[in-house]
Design a protein around this ligand. Structure first.
Ligand code: SF4
Ligand code: SF4
Length: 288
């Protein structure tokens, strides 16, 4: 089984539309939306949820006033200043370390688990999909990314599917680190802007750190041919395969607005032809 992570370093490069387009071309795959902070693959895939599971992560302390003797021990011990003089815990400041719970002489501090969101196994018109919704202001998105990747692998094993397409999170923080480790390859989708190039370079460094082979494709390449040339030179100098370039094409937006892939919207667009070439190159590189 192979896992291809598609990342961009920043939002707005057309990564999700590209994954949806690949989904129409690839056979025997599981789709995995690991962009859990801003999941949007479901807008095109329109999944039928088969299984829904709570995502529980961490704890938050809460003082039971009826049991508390106001000895002040928890106030002294909390290094995160989450407890005020009235012996109330601010859940935003509490990191769930549990120190106050362990040392409260009255056993007056509850320590319930946090409900941080939900994750789903679904059916789509292009095959099974694992995706998630992080609760508002909930943290631990790296953990949720790891979970949806693990569940995608389980699903691929159960259904005897040999490819996982993972829509990775933007940036280079914890969620994207959680999405890269252990993958077979990373496709970095970039665009010819200075910020796009900068973000691409950072994400490639990250992939290198985790020893995951990276490939590059340029979306909207014709919007700035000079910068596209810079990307090509960068890829060449770094020994990274440039698997293709996609012209600017409003079809991506039109298709997304209708909840369709670009191939469902128009079977023969210039962007579609470029995406097919990229898919062929990826298939060769991944030995599919
Ligand atoms: S340590 Fe326990 S008893 Fe003491 S103030 Fe805190 S909650 Fe109350
Ligand atoms: S669990 Fe840790 S962070 Fe939260 S209130 Fe207790 S000591 Fe402070």
């Amino acid at each position: 089984m192979k896992e291809l992570i598609i990342i961009s370093g920043k939002g707005g490069t057309g990564k999700t539309s590209l994954i949806a387009a690949f989904a129409t071309l690839a056979q025997n795959k599981v789709l995995c939306d690991a962009d859990v902070d801003a999941a949007d693959l479901h807008l095109i895939m329109n999944p039928d949820i088969v299984r829904r599971t709570d995502f529980i992560s961490g704890h938050t302390a809460a003082i039971d006033k009826n049991k508390c003797s106001q000895c002040g021990k928890c106030l002294d011990l909390c290094r995160f200043e989450a407890i005020n003089e009235d012996f109330k815990i601010n859940p935003v400041d509490c990191v769930g370390c549990g120190v106050c719970v362990a040392f409260c002489p009255e056993k007056a501090i509850d320590f319930p688990e946090n409900m941080c969101g939900e994750w789903f196994c679904s059916d789509t018109r292009f095959g099974p999909m694992v995706h998630a919704r992080l609760a508002i202001a909930a943290e631990n998105s790296g953990k949720l990314v790891t979970l949806v990747r693990q569940e995608s692998k389980k699903l691929a094993n159960e259904k005897n599917l040999d490819l996982i397409f993972t829509d990775g999170p933007p940036g280079v923080g914890c969620p994207v680190i959680a999405s890269i480790g252990g993958a077979d390859a990373v496709l970095v989708v970039t665009e010819p802007t200075l910020s796009g190039i900068h973000d691409m370079e950072r994400v490639i460094q990250l992939a290198r750190h985790f020893k995951v082979p990276a490939m590059v494709c340029v979306n909207k390449f014709d919007l700035n041919l000079d910068l596209t040339g810079d990307i090509e030179n960068f890829a060449k100098n770094e020994g990274l395969p440039l698997v293709g370039k996609i012209p600017f094409d409003p079809i991506f937006t039109k298709a997304m607005v209708q909840g369709r892939t670009i191939f469902e919207h128009n079977g023969d667009s210039s962007a579609g032809r470029a995406v097919k070439k990229i898919w062929n190159a990826l298939s060769n590189k991944l030995d599919l």
